[in-house]
Design a protein around this ligand. Structure first.
Ligand code: SF4
Length: 947
């Protein structure tokens, strides 16, 4: 079914003709004995027409209203006693219907919104019969029909259904609707049906509203010609009442708008119609106020973008939640209405993220405890379902912030009122308050601010649509901004809803171009003296921007000829006659543009020193020099820190001093390594107490059984450890599987253990050193623990360091390439923690260290160094011959293991001296060093980051 109702789209009626035609329609309706009903596009226009008709002396007996209000009134008089449903009721009744319907896939927020639009527009036409519907469309149709039944149970009705029923009532004949300035595309199918049935008589649509007489001649001519210039019509003569502003790119846009405002605010009121009024106000108002120009803005923002809306959404996501959402908790704590001090917000976020076992209830109590005293009860009240009480507490807390605050926080009373109403309505439909709040996320909240308390501001920032609603010729200057095709695109609506509505024969004339033309023309008609059109010529990537189609159409009125562009300025793409009235601003003045021209003073600062710790900060290179009872002036490090510094000084700085690693308690290789260390330590301690000093073929079965017991105990013990202690705690099924997969690998490793160092026996596990008394190594003090020390009967020792992954980097030296001679001077190996431990073991335990091994129990591999003059390969089951060759001492000019330990220390000492001097260059020892480095933007990086 197509609409029979047609509204002319020409905009060339003069106000006098417009007024006369309407008055004529009123008179003829009265003459026919029908009551004239003037249907206006908005409440503002309704007031304007009421005044006009009163002035003309023909307001008596005429109803001046809007179409929705008239439908409601008609339904009250001629309906079936049911009430027309409001938007909030629709939202929750529809959700209830959607919950009750069985969907193949749970409806998303988007689907729920589509259902609401469908009901609002097409309730009387929704059917599952006589049309072919897809599976999804069938769900939509069935839900809309179920929704209608729910409404009827409560004696409610959709306005669209009321329109369709009223269209069949004889009582309609008593009225003569006269539609004023309402475009056809703004009417739903049901409204068209009603107007058609009522024989809606006069349809007027013009940009020239009452008040046009006061306008500058150039503007009057322009509005009369806009969109309807004929080939033979003469071009409008540019006189400066229409001006152009062309920023070359986005950084010049706001400054140019600001300059234009300043220029015209001296002459009277200025309306700035732009895409983001709040943003433009925030950027320009301070400088304008300094120049003595008062400003205000009115805009709408989504509920979820307001601080109070965000806060309520966060509460809805956290209270009674089954999962822990730490990001939501962080967002919550940083919201102005959470009442959490900023330092506490960051500290508590850190402690929560460092605990992967944290439960939703702990998160909530943590947040509640950190809140200001006056907000302490809110979370508890919400948990108990005392929503109104919780909102009362929030409102009391928010009142002073709203009253004296700045920015969007000032609209919190409106946000809270909307949320409260939604929660009540949702509750009446049996839905939770959380669902009510979530449904509001995209709801539009009016927001406004003004720099002048009492009087109307000189400059008002509003949207183009709001500008179009203002009375004609009501501002001295109108500046319409952002007139680019990408900001105001003209797109045909082709979505799932329009397809479904077409299937039901419910057609809404879709003419987005006509809507845009009308809005733009109405906005232009608000100007009394000057109209300024602004559009950026390039985007942020210096690509040329296309003008909005309506901008081009207005400019067409000034072209000497519509058939030729001979008089067109190529750069600005406007007729030469408009060029004298065009302002252009480039992007070269970066600072002035960025500060909107204010305070553009030049400043110089020293470039930061990179790769070096400043002399004044060198006492902080390492902290905690006090170890045990003694204080030392030496740097306090650990073997792993030294190794990190040797791999790349800047990586050490980033990881150890800036601590760039993640805040979250992780389930990574590091925690897995700690867990394996702990399991092996406990295994050997228990094994030696209860079975034998060493795993052999005879004790292998017992060892495997014991490993299972120890593994399970150690895994359980992880959950008793505090967060931040490197615990290995799986929380998902896949993590649990990853942990459990370690046990068979450790059990298999025991067989390898029977071949490893058969003449040696494990004697020390996780042996600690340097705590009570500083141990000096290479000019610094170190402390830590050695994973394992195996000793033979002659007091010779192997230092063992467990690793859960090994590579060639753990070899003492690398095989020289084929054509290269063997090196003659010893250089430090890439990995050398175990050589540091060797010195500790030698000096503190008095043992003769003959080897240092890195052992991977998961793959049964070893790398490292050993004294090949003392130890035979029967002790060392290397996987490859090259691993054994590259572990041998003597090597180069190092003849004994003692010499190896001493030479390594000397070389490390040279590097520690550099660290003490503050040297922290990015200088990787090899590309492996960069692999897990957290410095994302390092120019020296050799390997892609694989964190
Ligand atoms: S990316 Fe490589 S070079 Fe850069 S700091 Fe990290 S380890 Fe050093």
């Amino acid at each position: 079914m197509n609409s029979m109702y047609t509204i002319p789209t020409h905009l060339n009626d003069t106000p006098a003709q417009h007024r006369a035609a309407i008055i004529q329609s009123i008179r003829s309706a009265k003459a026919q004995g029908r009551r004239p009903v003037l249907l206006c596009a908005s409440y503002a226009q309704q007031l304007s027409w009421q005044r006009t008709l009163a002035r003309e002396g023909c307001g008596f007996g005429v109803a001046v209203t809007t179409l929705p209000a008239w439908v409601e009134e008609l339904w009250m008089l001629h309906g079936d006693g049911s009430a027309i449903v409001g938007p909030l009721t629709r939202t929750f009744a529809m959700r209830q219907a959607a919950h009750e319907h069985v969907w193949s896939k749970n409806p998303t927020e988007g689907t729920l919104k589509l259902l609401e639009r469908c009901a609002a527009e097409a309730m009387p036409y929704a059917t599952t019969e006589g049309c072919v519907l897809s599976a999804e469309e069938l769900h939509v149709a069935q839900t809309v029909i179920a929704y209608r039944a729910l409404l009827r149970e409560r004696n409610l009705i959709e306005a669209s259904e009321a329109c369709a029923l009223l269209a069949q009532r004889d009582a309609l004949g008593a009225y003569q609707p006269i539609v004023v300035d309402v475009a056809e595309e703004d009417l739903t199918h049901a409204q068209c049906q009603l107007l058609e049935a009522a024989g809606a008589a006069a349809q007027f649509h013009t940009a020239a509203q009452p008040g046009n007489e006061d306008r500058a001649d150039e503007l009057r001519s322009l509005l009369a010609m806009l969109y309807c210039r004929q080939k033979d019509d003469a071009a409008i003569a540019a006189q400066g009442h229409v001006r152009m502003a062309f920023p070359m790119g986005p950084t010049a846009e706001l400054p140019l708008i600001g300059i234009t405002i300043e220029q015209f605010a001296q002459q009277g009121t200025v309306i700035v119609a732009c895409k983001s009024p709040a943003q433009a106000f925030d950027a320009l108002a301070p400088a304008l106020v300094e120049s003595g120009i008062s400003c205000s803005f009115a805009d709408r923002m989504p509920f979820g973008a307001t601080p109070m809306g965000r806060h309520l959404l966060n509460l809805a996501g956290l209270v009674n939640a089954s999962d822990t959402d730490l990001l939501l908790a962080a967002d919550y704590a940083l919201n102005i209405f959470a009442g959490v001090n900023i330092v506490s917000a960051f500290r508590s976020d850190q402690s929560r993220r460092n605990n992967r076992l944290i439960q939703p209830t702990e998160v909530l109590s943590n947040l509640a405890n950190n809140a200001s005293e006056s907000l302490q009860g809110v979370i508890g009240l919400l948990e108990e379902g005392r929503i109104d009480d919780a909102f009362d507490v929030l409102a009391a807390y928010a009142a002073p912030i709203s009253a004296y605050g700045v920015g969007p926080a000032t609209n919190s009373p409106a946000v809270l009122a909307k949320a409260r109403e939604a929660c009540r309505e949702a509750s009446s439909w049996g839905l939770s308050w959380q669902e009510a709040i979530r449904s509001l996320e995209g709801a539009s909240i009016p927001t406004s601010r003004s720099t002048s308390e009492d009087t109307e501001a000189t400059v008002r920032f509003i949207s183009l649509e709001d500008c179009a609603q203002l009375p004609a010729a009501s501002a001295d200057t109108v500046i319409i901004c952002n007139l680019c095709a990408n900001v105001y695109p003209i797109k045909e609506p082709e979505d799932a809803l329009s397809t479904l509505l077409r299937t039901w024969g419910c057609v809404r004339p879709a003419t987005p171009l006509a809507t845009m033309r009308r809005t733009y023309a109405l906005a232009c008609s608000v100007a009394r003296e000057t109209l300024v059109l602004e559009r950026a010529l390039h985007d942020g990537q210096t690509e040329e921007l296309q003008p909005a189609s309506v901008f081009e159409e207005l400019v067409d009125c000034y072209r000497a000829s519509l058939a030729s562009d001979v008089d067109t300025n190529k750069k600005l793409r406007i007729p030469q006659s408009l060029v004298p009235f065009a302002a252009v601003r480039g992007e070269e003045a970066l600072v002035a543009n960025a500060t909107n021209g204010a305070l553009a003073t030049e400043r110089e600062a020293d470039a930061p020193v990179i790769g070096e710790i400043d002399a004044s900060a060198r006492s902080f290179i390492t902290l905690g020099q006090n170890r045990g009872q003694e204080t030392s002036d030496l740097l306090a490090l650990s073997p792993s820190q030294i190794e990190s510094y040797l791999e790349c000084p800047y990586q050490w700085f980033a990881k150890r001093r800036l601590k760039l690693d993640t805040l979250e308690e992780s389930f990574s290789k590091v925690e897995r390594g700690n867990f394996i260390h702990s399991t092996l330590e406990h295994f050997y301690a228990r094994f030696q107490q209860t079975i034998a000093p060493k795993v052999t073929e005879e004790t292998l079965e017992d060892a495997r059984n014991l490993m299972q017991v120890v593994f399970e105990e150690t895994a359980q013990h992880q959950f008793e450890k505090s967060p931040g202690k490197g615990r290995y705690v799986p929380i998902t099924e896949s993590e649990r599987r990853a942990r459990d997969a370690i046990l068979p690998m450790l059990q298999d490793y025991l067989e390898y253990e029977t071949m490893l160092l058969p003449s040696f026996t494990p004697q020390y596990y996780e042996w600690r050193y340097g705590d009570a008394e500083p141990f000096t190594y290479a000019g610094c003090t170190i402390c830590g623990s050695v994973d394992r020390i195996d000793v033979d009967e002659q007091g010779r020792a192997f230092v063992i360091d467990y690793k859960s992954s090994l590579s060639k980097a753990y070899r003492l030296h690398e095989k020289p390439a084929k054509d290269e001679p063997a090196p003659t001077t010893f250089v430090l190996p890439h990995k050398m923690q175990a050589l540091m431990y060797a010195k500790v073991v030698r000096d503190l335990l008095g043992l003769q260290v003959v080897g240092t091994l890195y052992l991977n129990p998961l793959t049964c591999e070893i790398q490292g160094a050993y004294d090949s003059r003392i130890i035979g390969l029967e002790e060392l089951p290397f996987k490859k011959g090259a691993d054994a060759t590259c572990a041998q001492v003597p090597w180069c000019d190092v003849c004994t293991f003692d010499e190896l330990i001493n030479r390594s220390e000397q070389l490390v000492a040279q590097r520690i001296e550099e660290l003490a001097q503050g040297v922290i260059h990015a200088q990787p020892i090899c590309k492996d060093a960069c692999k897990y480095c957290p410095v994302g933007n390092c120019t020296e990086r050799l390997e892609k980051r694989s964190i």
